[in-house]
Design a protein around this ligand. Structure first.
Ligand code: FES
Ligand code: FES
Length: 188
């Protein structure tokens, strides 16, 4: 591989989980391949490699993205969070803990993507974003209740071949409830 920038390679810096990684990459390299093949961050999984399954979901500047459809050069200088960056030391992220407590997985292959997606879903919902199944999107309606139907819709980009959906929905619901409770306690 070329080590200097050229018409086909660029020097970029990937900011992954708060750590900067200077890399020279072929312009065609996806963020997923850069994570897995260049940085050994194999928590992010490759399922379909064409944007269909959600196994490779990461957060870019706090928003969900499928890393297989994102070029590494397009992530240059942005904040990327992978499943490896969710826990704080030995303390799991509440979404990770909920998946563990409620068996939100079977083989676990889809789980990193499910967890990254769920973290963003909870934040999107807390910010008042409606989904395709939100019944009332009027300005007076306020944030929709995060029902199982809402969770299923908001998580619908993440497929699970093991069919662990029932537990996944329960885990997202529990983590969202915990976040809501913490926010309420912090404002009292
Ligand atoms: S591997 Fe990226 S969406 Fe399936
Ligand atoms: S737990 Fe096996 S694919 Fe989801």
């Amino acid at each position: 591989m070329a080590s200097t920038p050229s018409s086909t390679y660029s020097a970029i810096t990937l900011n992954i989980n708060g750590e900067k990684h200077p890399l020279t990459v072929d312009h065609r390299t996806t963020l997923l391949d850069a994570l897995r093949e260049r940085l050994d961050l194999t928590g992010t999984k490759k399922g379909c490699d064409q944007g269909q399954c959600g196994a490779c979901t990461v957060l870019i500047d706090g928003r969900r993205a499928v890393a297989c459809l994102q070029l590494a050069v397009a992530a240059d200088g942005r904040e990327v969070t992978t499943v490896e960056g969710m826990a704080e030391g030995d303390r799991l992220h509440p979404v990770q803990q909920a998946f563990l407590d409620l068996d939100g997985y079977q083989c676990g292959y889809c789980t990193p993507g499910q967890i990254c997606s769920a973290v963003a879903v909870i934040e999107e919902h807390a910010a008042g974003w409606p989904s395709a199944v939100t019944r009332d999107v009027g300005p007076e309606a306020g944030p929709p209740e995060l029902t199982p139907e809402e969770i299923r819709e908001r998580m619908s980009g993440n497929l699970c071949r093991c069919g662990a959906y029932v537990s996944i929905v329960q885990a997202v619901s529990r983590a969202a409830g915990a976040r809501h409770q913490n926010t309420e306690e912090a404002t009292v």
